[in-house]
Write a protein that binds this ligand. Structure first.
Ligand SMILES: Cc1ncc(COP(=O)(O)O)c(C=O)c1O
Length: 379
């Protein structure tokens, strides 16, 4: 009888159960070597030559991400931005790509700059509309459709399976920024995506002490080989100690995300009834526009990210942010501590974010403490 496959929570908690063969240690060492011994006949039969391309400390975190994402291989990068840039750098120059109008702002800005410089041709569309995606995706011309779901900071939902069908029918690849969903809640490759990207800085690491990124591929094909070359060629590699910290963080990914989801739902429901709140944006709320799709493609929760729109406009939102004590006024997301941010101040001109919006990243504190702090700050 075949053994029942282990639940991904077990794989994560035990970091795939690897032990150090020589010592029996249940935590693998941090390899700091930048160079590796050649065989006497000048070969590298052990598979590693130089630290920019090969890092033994990456093996376990990359294998764990691959297992959690149900992919064929993964690569770590120095940041989420470096991971995303490697995908776009691996496309032929001038390629047409379709990306969401609402997405992580720094990547959208970077893509727009690439388009301005003629390195890419980019169309930014409403990715919640499959018709808008279909209209922008040109058969035989579009090379890649970039999806982020739930998308920062309005948490708009894209139907990955339907979008992948549209993209593939046009001959385009699909890459998904799944940072907010995490592999705990969504596995984009099993829904038809070709590549999944994480800002591992966020939930995968989970402790606001490492900047890192990852890509996972559905197939080790020619495009993936180009990405492997791009990481080594562009040199955007993660340090060994950061790779070790990332693995350490991923061991608690499941309990952290499960708790953040439960707390976020409670916070969303409570704030939706607060008279000082104009609107709560959270995919878990039944009246949220993307709720039905989210319920289908997110399993076990709707994530730890939500946004609120504060009655009274920008000034009221900033004043609310000024009054929180337990929530920390800081950018980023996905850490054990709850963060709150006035997003329009960060994104500046051209941002699709309403000026009265506060983005909340729910950590693992007691949810009632978080709610009490917010309700006091709202006044
Ligand atoms: C959804 C999303 N994608 C990508 C990034 C970029 O990742 P990094 O900051 O690790 O470069 C971020 C960072 O905030 C993000 O929130």
């Amino acid at each position: 009888m075949a053994a029942k496959p282990l639940h991904p929570a077990t794989l994560a908690a035990q970091a795939l159960g690897w032990i150090d063969e020589q010592t029996g240690a249940v935590v693998l060492p941090v390899h700091t070597a930048t160079t590796f011994l050649r065989d006497p006949d000048n070969q590298y039969r052990r598979g590693r030559g130089y630290g920019r391309a090969d890092n033994a400390t990456y093996d376990q975190p990359e294998a764990l991400i691959t297992a959690l994402e149900e992919g064929a291989a993964s690569l770590l990068f120095a940041s989420g931005m470096a991971a995303a840039a490697a995908v776009f750098h691996s496309l032929p120059a001038g390629s047409h790509i379709v990306a969401p109008r609402v997405m992580y702002w720094a990547l959208r800005r970077w893509l727009a700059a690439q388009a301005d410089d003629g390195r890419l041709a980019a169309d930014f569309v409403d990715m919640t509309s499959l018709d808008a995606l279909r209209a922008a995706t040109v058969p035989g011309h579009t090379r890649l459709v970039w999806i982020e779901t739930p998308a920062n900071p309005l948490w708009s939902i894209t139907d990955i399976a339907a979008a992948a069908e549209i993209a593939h029918a046009a001959g385009a690849l699909v890459a998904v920024d799944s940072t907010a969903a995490t592999p705990v809640l969504t596995r984009p490759l099993s829904l038809g995506a070709d590549i999944v990207m994480h800002s591992a800085t966020k939930y995968l690491n989970g402790h606001s002490d490492v900047i890192a990124g990852s890509l996972t591929t559905a197939r080790k094909d020619e495009f993936w080989q180009r990405i492997v070359m791009a990481r080594s060629g562009d040199g955007a590699i993660l340090g060994s100690f950061e790779a070790y910290l990332l693995l350490r963080g991923m061991r608690t990914l499941y309990p952290r995300v499960e708790r953040a989801c439960r707390s976020a739902m409670k916070i969303a429901e409570t704030l939706a009834a607060n008279p000082r709140v104009l609107e709560v944006l959270y995919p878990g709320l039944p009246r949220f526009p993307g709720h039905t799709v989210a319920a289908r493609q997110m399993q076990g929760g709707f994530g730890g990210m939500l946004s609120i729109r504060v009655k009274g406009g920008e000034a009221a939102a900033i004043a609310t942010a000024a009054r929180v004590e337990i929530w920390k006024r800081a950018t980023s997301l996905g850490g054990v501590e709850s963060l709150l941010e006035h997003r329009a101040s960060i994104e500046g001109a051209g941002s699709p974010v309403p000026p009265d919006l506060l983005r909340l990243s729910v950590g693992i504190e007691d949810p009632d403490d978080l709610i009490a702090d917010l309700e006091t700050a709202l006044g």
